[in-house]
Design a protein around this ligand. Structure first.
Ligand SMILES: C[S@@+](CC[C@H](N)C(=O)[O-])C[C@H]1O[C@@H](n2cnc3c(N)ncnc32)[C@H](O)[C@@H]1O
Length: 325
């Protein structure tokens, strides 16, 4: 049966917020998110919604063979589906498989997940994923036993990509809302685990962001943070004045030691570094599903240890910490 979540895609979370007074703050947020999926002021919304409505029907299902989020059963006309899914270009986070079509995204997000997942327990957790993109990690979190994943990302095309996946997945506990962290009400909270991956360096006040993450957890909940770091000893900090690897709005790239200090300052406990990895052009690259320029065009062609602006090339750290009891 072809499931249509186009009208009310946030069913599982609505059940949660309507049945538990501690989660009542969630209902207006879901309603707002749902409204934006229908009538956000965005020049491409009508085109995206037409593309969603025109996606070929298939029987629904969600599985994770070898860790690859896979939705629906394979449909015979793969070429037509490829063309329809291209309406949601650029596909950045994945890989994903939609009704038999493998989407080779800009990022090998599975590599990041492999660096983080062995260190965390999500069994039965209600998870918040700030800056969730198209919800790729939410599917992986469900695979690790999470019972609900609420993802927030204000970039509307990513919510459209998520909707395309959900059309083939069927009713799902992995939700993407087209909203930002600043849209959460003051009384939001109670999550077992809060993720913030690839977001901190875009924040003007990093410690404030970390404090917010702590406040969104239930007492003793866990925070998973992933961000750009400087491979340097001590408390070094890079505050790029212009662009960093062609990205605008990169405000702060701390050393791992300084990052742990910031987490302490924010009230997070037992912060520990899980992984530090240099981002390679094998992990982030242009593909037929992401045809814009990618990391190779952001590095100095004569010295790939530097960005095009002369900063140290991107290195990312993942950390785990505990919110206060
Ligand atoms: C570098 S991407 C990281 C995506 C994903 N978390 C990952 O680690 O691969 C940053 C994401 O944060 C989103 N974002 C930007 N401003 C945001 C905000 N105010 N609240 C939540 N997400 C935001 C962007 O749209 C983008 O998808």
């Amino acid at each position: 049966m072809f499931y249509s979540p186009l009208e009310k895609p946030y069913g599982p979370a609505l059940k949660q917020s309507e049945s538990d007074p501690e989660w009542s703050w969630l209902t207006p947020l879901l309603e707002r998110g749902q409204g934006l999926l229908h009538n956000a002021r965005h020049g491409d919304l009508a085109r995206w919604r037409a593309a969603l409505a025109a996606l070929p029907a298939a029987s629904t299902g969600f599985s994770l063979p070898g860790g690859l989020p896979s939705f629906g059963h394979r449909i015979p006309d793969q070429q037509a589906l490829i063309e329809s899914l291209n309406a949601f270009h650029p596909w950045r986070k994945g890989p994903l498989q939609v009704a038999g079509v493998t989407i080779d995204t800009e990022w090998r997000s599975d590599w990041k997940w492999q660096r983080i997942a062995p260190h965390i327990d999500l069994q039965g957790h209600r998870v918040l994923d700030i800056g969730c993109g198209n919800g790729y990690y939410g599917w992986r979190m469900l695979g690790c036993g999470a019972r609900l994943v609420l993802g927030l990302d204000p970039t509307l095309v990513y919510a459209m990509q998520w909707l395309a996946c959900v059309l083939y997945a069927g009713p799902s506990a992995n939700l993407v809302l087209p909203l930002g962290i600043e849209d959460l009400p003051e009384n939001a909270g109670g999550f077992d685990t809060v993720f913030s991956m690839g977001v901190l360096y875009h924040r003007r006040e990093p410690v404030r962001h970390l404090r917010k993450l702590a406040s969104l957890c239930k007492p003793g909940g866990q925070v998973v943070l992933e961000t750009l770091v400087l491979e340097a000893q001590g408390t070094a900090l890079l505050e790029p004045s212009g662009r960093y690897a062609r990205m605008r709005n990169v405000h702060a790239i701390p050393s791992p030691e300084l990052l742990v200090k910031w987490m302490d300052e924010a009230g997070l406990q037992y912060s520990r570094v899980l992984d530090i990895s240099r981002t390679t052009t094998a992990e982030q690259r242009s593909t037929e599903w992401m045809r814009f320029e990618s990391l190779d065009r952001c590095l100095d062609p004569l010295n790939p240890d530097k960005t095009i602006e002369g900063h140290p090339a991107p290195v990312r750290a993942a950390l785990l910490a505990k919110a206060p009891e």
